[in-house]
Design a protein around this ligand. Structure first.
Ligand SMILES: [Zn+2]
Length: 392
């Protein structure tokens, strides 16, 4: 397993050590070094800091296969927590997670990002969650906020979010000043990709893609062990891959983007236009109509699966990942897209990448919030065991 130096918010090596202990527990320094393909000296330095911070503890010595005693290291899961918050255009979803990514508390509130005081509303909401963690005496490492848009990884400034209608927003700096705790902001898909890298599909795989399909379409990339962000953090706009000549106008202003054919929003809009579902229908209604065998509905989804398969085949041919995971609200419709999707893949994947595993994952509403908590865990633990200052 290779661990690149780059990351969502900094050096991921320390987090990789925490994550491997969360997944396997009871590993010696030598075993950690071997599994992460890092030098024993590096692991010794990192684990010393983690021990000093109380995030990791030594277990009972045991005799290794070489006959020499080895000391297993164990995570102290409740030694630190992270608050992860997903800001979307209609709601805010959050989780409080332990160091091992176990969710100990969750919340969801309606949210209107177009309000002039939207950031203040968000601050108040997060402050009350920080206070309730403090009342329960849960040490907090910080707050991770995941937003749909282009974020400067170094500063946590949201450069642009079409969905939230926010531009040039120094969100991390404002939140940090208002809350008095470390706050990290990242793009929502990047946050989920980092969490997958640590705890999920990417944990044992140095090259993987995460395709997220909901109202928009995003692509998270881990290449050669490190998240790939592109110049100015703008990589991964898979939804704006041009696939149709003279297609409909996309939210980006161009024509014929993948997003205009495959996002849940575009599928629902098209289904309404074609009279497949009623004007106020939901995604669930579209699923039900397809399940009943409505031919026009099935044709629409079949076409979407085919276009997605072709676009993804192009990306897999280009990047050569070992694994691709598809997530998002689209999973509800997946049974009706899957056949044409896999056929299109089979038609367009090059022989050298046919072994790439491509899986879909059921959608969970708190998946992005858990990823946001992962932003905190994936950040150098500059302020380990930071407790909440009184008066915050
Ligand atoms: Zn577009």
């Amino acid at each position: 397993m290779r661990w690149g130096a780059g990351s969502v918010s900094g050096d991921m090596t320390r987090t990789a050590v925490l994550a491997i202990l969360a997944r396997h527990g009871g590993l010696s320094r030598a075993e950690i070094a071997e599994q992460l393909e890092l030098s024993p000296a590096t692991i010794t330095t990192i684990t010393r800091r983690l021990l000093d911070a109380g995030l990791v503890e030594e277990g009972e010595p045991r005799t290794s296969h070489t006959g020499r005693p080895s000391i297993p290291l164990e995570l102290v899961p409740d030694s630190a927590h992270a608050l992860g918050v997903q800001v979307a255009h209609e709601h805010v979803t959050g989780v409080l997670t332990q160091l091992d990514a176990t969710v100990v508390h969750g919340f969801r509130h309606p949210f209107d990002p177009s309000r002039p005081d939207a950031v203040d509303v968000l601050t108040t909401l997060i402050r009350s969650e920080i206070e309730s963690a403090a009342e329960r005496r849960l040490p907090l490492l910080g707050v991770g906020i995941a937003v749909p848009g282009v974020v400067e990884p170094e500063t946590g400034t949201l450069r642009m979010s079409v969905r939230l209608g926010w531009t040039g927003m120094p969100l991390a700096a404002r939140m940090r000043a208002a809350l008095g705790v470390p706050v990290f902001v990242d793009n929502d898909i990047s946050a989920v990709t980092a969490a997958e890298r640590l705890y999920g599909a990417g944990a044992d795989c140095a090259d993987f893609l995460l395709v997220a399909i909901g109202e928009g379409i995003g692509l998270g990339m881990v290449l050669d062990g490190a998240p790939y962000r592109g110049a100015a953090g703008a990589a991964g706009e898979f939804g704006h891959m041009p696939i149709l000549q003279d297609g409909p106008v996309c939210s980006c202003g161009n024509r014929g983007c993948l997003e205009t054919q495959v996002s849940t929003e575009s599928l629902l809009r098209r289904a309404r236009e074609l009279g497949i579902v009623g004007p106020a229908a939901s995604l669930e209604d579209l699923r039900a109509v397809a399940a009943e065998g409505d031919q026009a509905g099935l044709d629409l989804l079949h076409r979407a699966g085919e276009l997605l398969g072709r676009a993804l085949a192009g990306s897999v041919n280009l990047l050569g990942p070992e694994r691709v995971v598809v997530i998002g609200e689209i999973s509800m419709l997946w049974p009706f897209l899957a056949a044409s999707f896999h056929r299109a893949l089979a038609d367009h994947l090059l022989p050298c990448v046919r072994e790439t595993s491509i899986d879909t994952r059921p959608w969970a509403d708190d998946l992005i919030a858990i990823g946001a908590a992962g932003i905190v865990l994936a950040t150098p633990l500059a302020a380990p065991r930071q407790s909440i200052r009184s008066g915050v």
